[in-house]
Design a binder for this molecule. Structure first.
Ligand code: ZN
Length: 271
């Protein structure tokens, strides 16, 4: 599933192809994504100039001159740039055709992705209201985590994956960040003190930055924005490594189910 680093890498990869370009039209081959693609999309986008690409949580936001296209990659979506006359494949549901003769093409086999239109500020869209701070921005602090978790019995790993505490941290990066911070994934969030949350904030940022640098990770069939073949798999510290040795203490990495998701941790390094 594309997580924050994959969306950020997509944004960085697409920007040089899209910024400043004018949209000729949109081609919608299948309207039935997670939410219906607007019927009037071709008319809404025609002639508009792409001013900038931004990201909020796992949403990619395309500034079309005051109105915005909102993309979400769902479980299996990817965006790439192709010559506009490239024949579409089975799951190529939406093209945004630019006047330069290229198309931004959404490929999404499982159709949990989204292409939405917001005529005003994207922060007003109902999907983007009430999102927690971005983990890489300054509003995300140890105090924010500490204050929001007092009295909470839920495991810290589950809360990290909840968009009300911090947005865009999914299963892989929650596991990796908790290892870096030395915090057991099952620990009750309310029983973690502020100094340990300071370590966790640093760990989340370091983990996400490393993943963005590596070009993202979790989607096997991801194709780079410029059309070149996919991401290489990252080396993880604990994720997917149950039964292997910890790189720090050589104890055996364990896995447990927490909130119906797999948690991986080192019993020597994480408490
Ligand atoms: Zn260890």
């Amino acid at each position: 599933m594309p997580e924050l680093p994959e969306v950020e890498t997509t944004r960085l990869g697409l920007t040089p192809h899209l910024q400043g370009q004018r949209i000729r039209t949109a081609i919608v081959r299948n309207h039935r994504l997670r939410w219906p693609v607007p019927r009037k999309l071709p008319a809404l986008v025609a002639g508009r100039r792409i001013e900038q690409l931004l990201r909020r949580s796992k949403y990619l936001l395309m500034d079309c001159g005051g109105a915005w296209l909102i993309f979400h990659l769902g479980m299996s979506g990817s965006l790439r740039v192709v010559p506009a006359d490239t024949p579409p494949g089975d799951h190529d549901h939406v093209d945004l055709v630019l006047e330069t003769g290229i198309a931004l093409r959404l490929h999404d086999p499982r159709r949990f992705g989204a292409v939405l239109w917001e005529p005003g500020e994207p922060s007003r869209h109902k999907l983007l209201q009430g999102l927690a701070p971005e983990p890489l921005e300054s509003a995300f602090t140890p105090k924010w985590l500490f204050d929001r978790t007092r009295g909470r019995k839920a495991p810290i790993k589950s809360l990290l994956m909840d968009n009300h505490l911090v947005c865009g941290v999914g299963n892989i990066y929650a596991n990796e960040s908790l290892f870096r911070a030395g915090i057991h994934p099952g620990r009750a969030a309310g029983r973690i003190g502020e100094p340990r949350y300071a370590k966790l904030v640093d760990a989340i940022r370091a983990t996400l930055r490393a993943a963005i640098q590596a070009g993202g990770s979790s989607l096997r069939d991801f194709v780079h924005a410029d059309g070149s073949p996919g991401y290489f798999q990252q080396q993880y510290l604990v994720y997917g490594r149950a039964g292997e040795r910890c790189t720090r203490c050589e104890k055996t990495i364990k896995t447990v189910r927490i909130g119906q998701r797999s948690a991986f941790y080192c019993p020597g390094c994480q408490r």
